[in-house]
Design a protein. Structure first.
Length: 277
């Protein structure tokens, strides 16, 4: 009988201890949660004051304080955004990649991918420099459009892709012009042909067609040159590049144009006189 009583007392003591431990655990969690929220607020206030590097530090601190809470992924993203604002793109990218692995089910994945794309986009330089950031930005924007088509991020990605295509076309044009200077006609032709097939919606397509008129005429491929001149005239009749291409086949183009204008002026004067006759 005594043994049974001792047994139940032990059970009660164990149960009581477990309950106390749970209470202590909950108190600790509550304290951690409060501390994390305060740290997050401190980070956000720093961000609003443009103290972005300190903000990034405090956002990461908030994430570490309570990694199981809903605030943790938000803190990780805000830290990345703070780095992005400070132009610390390498740090932002590293933190964003970690976020995607650590919080794969978080609802803000689209924003993380967009911020990664923007980090690459911001490091794009002119057509003479490294193409790696350009290609990475393009690939990430393509991914956003495919995976998150009905979001504002996809809308902005489409706009950014148009600008990226212009830059990529400008790189091809730069190389094509370089080959013209070196009189390397075949590589130049390939570059300009690539522009008119792959970047036909960019601002460089008119010049690319003109260059093909110019090069083919120079190397004696007159029919090929005429073909591109017709293409340019059909699609861009009022273009300055068409006028330049026209001159290649008709050296007196500018003289004829002046004569035509004179005739028009005489005609206008004649009609004007007739009003008073």
């Amino acid at each position: 009988m005594k043994l049974k009583i001792i047994f139940w007392i032990c059970i009660l003591l164990i149960s009581s201890c477990a309950n106390n431990e749970q209470k202590i655990s909950k108190i600790k969690e509550t304290d951690q949660n409060k501390e994390m929220v305060l740290t997050y607020k401190e980070a956000y206030e720093a961000l609003e004051k443009n103290d972005v590097f300190f903000a990034a530090k405090k956002f990461l601190e908030a994430e570490l304080l309570y990694p199981q809470s809903i605030w943790a992924p938000k803190s990780a993203l805000m830290a990345s955004y703070s780095y992005y604002l400070q132009n610390y793109y390498a740090e932002a990218l590293s933190n964003l990649e970690r976020y995607l692995i650590t919080y794969p089910t978080d609802l803000n994945q689209a924003y993380a991918h967009f911020l990664i794309a923007m980090c690459y986009y911001e490091t794009i330089e002119d057509e003479k420099r490294d193409s790696a950031p350009l290609i990475k930005a393009k690939n990430k924007f393509d991914f956003i459009i495919e995976e998150y088509p009905n979001t504002d991020f996809a809308l902005d990605a489409r706009f950014k892709l148009d600008l990226i295509r212009d830059i990529m076309a400008s790189k091809e044009m730069y190389l094509g012009r370089h080959y013209i200077k070196k009189e390397k006609w075949i590589p130049a032709i390939k570059r300009f042909q690539y522009v008119i097939t792959e970047y036909d919606q960019t601002i460089f397509v008119e010049e690319a067609i003109h260059r093909l008129v110019e090069i083919n005429y120079k190397i004696g491929l007159l029919e090929e040159s005429q073909k591109y001149a017709n293409l340019l005239g059909y699609n861009y009749l009022s273009s300055e590049w068409y006028k330049k291409s026209y001159k290649i086949f008709n050296k007196d183009y500018s003289i004829e144009k002046r004569k035509l204008i004179k005739k028009e002026k005489k005609g206008v004067i004649k009609r004007f006189k007739n009003i008073f006759d």
